[in-house]
Design a protein around this ligand. Structure first.
Ligand code: ADP
Ligand code: MG
Length: 612
């Protein structure tokens, strides 16, 4: 032909024979066995299959077989399906713009048919019998009726038998097998509502049941071989974009990026920029050279994604790729490292006031009571004022006693404070019996019960946290799964929202199992399982006693986290405790109603000792 062209003066433009076009196209669309698999599974998904069985022999060179239970092909259409640009999926250009199905070019079947020996058997629900077509190197060998269940079975044999160059271009069977498995995995990740089985070179690599509800379990079992691997979910939603998915914790990463799958509108894609967004979302939590494992799903208005870029459609063109990158990055970063609401470490205000060589903030931390920055600022300002002005804090006597009203209390306080013989300020005298903290406040003796006082502080803090969502919790290094008895699980479900708000990050994880990934900072030193069970136990009890869940949770955390009798406190800790107690709303009793402060005035003592 080339010789002909050279000889002739005029060059005729003529259409290429269809078989040749298909073969050329095949070079583009089907570069390797995994591309065939992808096209076939996409067709099955487009056909609404609820189960797809894949079998591969000799890494796809001998056989790629896909069986589905989808809608099937009408008997008199089966031949057309193998004709170029024949598709049931779009009719005009408008459709193309808002494309949601996988296939749309009508290119796959003719291309595959032209470079292999393909047999397809298909039956629709309406058809009485199925139909079988055999096509070899693009030439239809036979079309005939055959018995078949509803759905489609396609067997692609001897791939590239007639394109030796392409066949030679393939990598080793191991490499092709890896591509195939990655493709099968991606397809199964993207379609968690569909059951899958996948067998390659005689090994059944996965069997997945139809699992509408739990994408997380599917991600876990496909990528870790165990449906219970702890993963964290990501979520973002706006008018234009939705982000979802599940990713491994930093301690469960890989040294290559092949465990990370990104999908746009359920289509598995490769995007350097989005991969970067995910890994940089982990930031310094990810050891150098490591990559997270998991699946990220982006759903974008189809008008904003150009899927019509490359025939294999693995690379999509994104309008606003930068914005997408930043939103994905931000979502992961926020989820993993905690936003302002979930810092991994307590916020320590370096400007916290110094109390005996230790900042108030440090002392407070030591007590596991965790003030926010502004609270600390307030508290140090408060103590500053106390020392600087030499004016003592209004201590115990600030609530109306019997028959007193607010005004009288204020008056009495004014009186107290202005007592000329008072020794101004607070002086810590010591701990008595490893339980009572003794202070000289303004010349009177103040006794604080360290446990009930701390309980009060923590209770109000956690109640506020629950109400405002300003929770301070500590992520567990290894999330734990806790199986609960049925009644406890029911209680957990009832309380779960409040538990989350209180910093107990527990999520349902299969029947009657929860995955605990963070606990309130105040409880971070204890065994997470124990905390979880104890808190649920307390909540159950308090609820029966008529307490609302919000208060019950706060109360339980406070009680579990408070310093116990028998614990020795340093002066700094004692002062911080006192300081924090003064800031509580109801400083006189613990949440159970036991007193926190007792004040014995100099007068009282004098009288008792017969001095007055
Ligand atoms: P496209 O998927 O781009 O439409 P294909 O060449 O992959 O093009 O398929 C051509 C047509 O064959 C599809 O539009 C569809 O109507 C039909 N088809 C292919 N595979 C299946 C299947 N597994 N189940 C039902 N119909 C199928
Ligand atoms: Mg297709």
């Amino acid at each position: 032909m080339t010789a002909d062209l050279k000889k002739s003066e005029r060059r005729w433009i003529r259409p290429l024979p269809e078989r040749l076009i298909n073969k050329i196209a095949a070079g583009e669309v089907i570069e390797r066995p995994s591309a065939v698999l992808k096209e076939l599974v996409e067709n099955s998904l487009d056909a609404g299959a609820s189960r797809i069985d894949i079998n591969i022999e000799k890494s796809g060179l001998k056989l790629i077989s896909v069986i589905d239970d989808g809608c099937g092909i009408d008997p008199d259409q089966i031949e057309i399906a193998f004709a170029r640009h024949a598709t049931s999926k779009i009719k005009d250009f408008n459709d193309l713009e808002a494309l949601l199905s996988y296939g749309f070019r009508g290119e796959a079947l003719p291309s595959i048919g032209s470079v292999s020996k393909t047999k397809m058997i298909s039956r629709t629900a309406e058809a009485e019998a199925g139909r079988e077509i055999i096509i070899e190197g693009g030439v239809v060998q036979s079309v005939k009726p055959t018995a078949s269940p509803k759905g489609t079975k396609i067997e692609v044999s001897d791939l590239f038998f007639n394109t030796p160059a392409r066949r030679k271009f393939l990598k080793t069977e191991t490499t092709e097998a890896r591509h195939l498995t990655r493709t099968a995995t991606a397809m199964a990740l993207g379609a968690s509502a569909t059951a899958f089985s996948y067998t390659i070179n005689g090994r059944r690599l996965f069997v997945l049941n139809k699992n509408e509800a739990n994408q997380k379990e599917r991600v876990s079992s496909l990528l870790f071989g165990d449906y219970k691997t702890p993963l964290f979910g990501i979520e973002y939603k706006s008018d234009l974009l939705e982000i979802g998915g599940f990713l491994s914790y930093p301690d469960n990463c890989r040294r290559n990026r092949y465990g990370l799958y990104i999908f746009i509108n359920n289509r598995y894609i490769y995007s350097q920029s989005l991969l970067h967004a995910v890994t940089s979302g982990y930031g310094e939590l990810l050891p150098p050279g490591n990559y997270p494992v998991g699946a990220v799903f982006l759903n974008i208005d189809p008008l904003h994604v150009d899927v019509n870029v490359h025939p294999t459609k693995a690379e999509v063109r994104l309008s606003d790729e930068r914005m997408l990158h930043d939103l994905l990055y931000g979502t992961i970063k926020r989820t993993l490292r905690g936003s302002d609401e979930i810092p991994r470490k307590p916020i320590i205000d370096s400007s916290g006031m110094s109390a005996g060589g230790m900042t108030v903030a440090e002392a407070v931390n030591k007590l596991k009571s965790h003030p926010t920055k502004s609270e600390l600022a307030q508290s140090s300002a408060f103590l500053d004022k106390l020392y600087d002005s030499g004016r003592p804090a209004p201590a115990a006597a600030d609530t109306p006693g019997q028959g007193e009203d607010e005004a009288q209390v204020q008056e009495r306080e004014q009186e107290d404070i202005s007592k000329p013989e008072s020794e101004p300020g607070i002086k810590y005298l010591g701990q008595f019996s490893e339980l009572y903290l003794l202070f000289n406040v303004d010349g009177d003796l103040l006794i604080i019960d360290q446990h009930t006082a701390h309980e009060r502080i923590l209770y109000e803090e956690h109640l506020k946290a629950i109400e405002s969502g300003q929770v301070v919790s500590q992520n567990l290094l290894f999330p734990v799964n806790i199986e609960l008895p049925a009644d406890r699980y029911a209680l957990y479900e009832e309380a779960s929202e409040i538990l989350l708000k209180a910093g107990i990050m527990a999520e349902p994880f299969g029947t009657r199992t929860v995955m605990l990934s963070a606990v309130p900072l105040a409880l971070a030193k204890k065994s997470p399982e124990r905390i979880f069970n104890e808190v649920l136990g307390d909540v159950e009890e308090l609820k029966q006693a008529g307490q609302d869940i919000r208060k019950a949770v706060a109360q339980s955390i406070a009680c579990r986290a408070a310093v116990m009798a028998g614990q020795r406190l340093t002066e700094e800790e004692a002062l911080a405790l006192f300081n924090n107690l003064l800031k509580t709303e109801n400083r006189h009793c613990c949440p159970h109603g036991r007193p926190t402060i007792l004040k014995i005035t100099r007068d009282e003592l004098d009288r008792k000792f017969g001095r007055k």
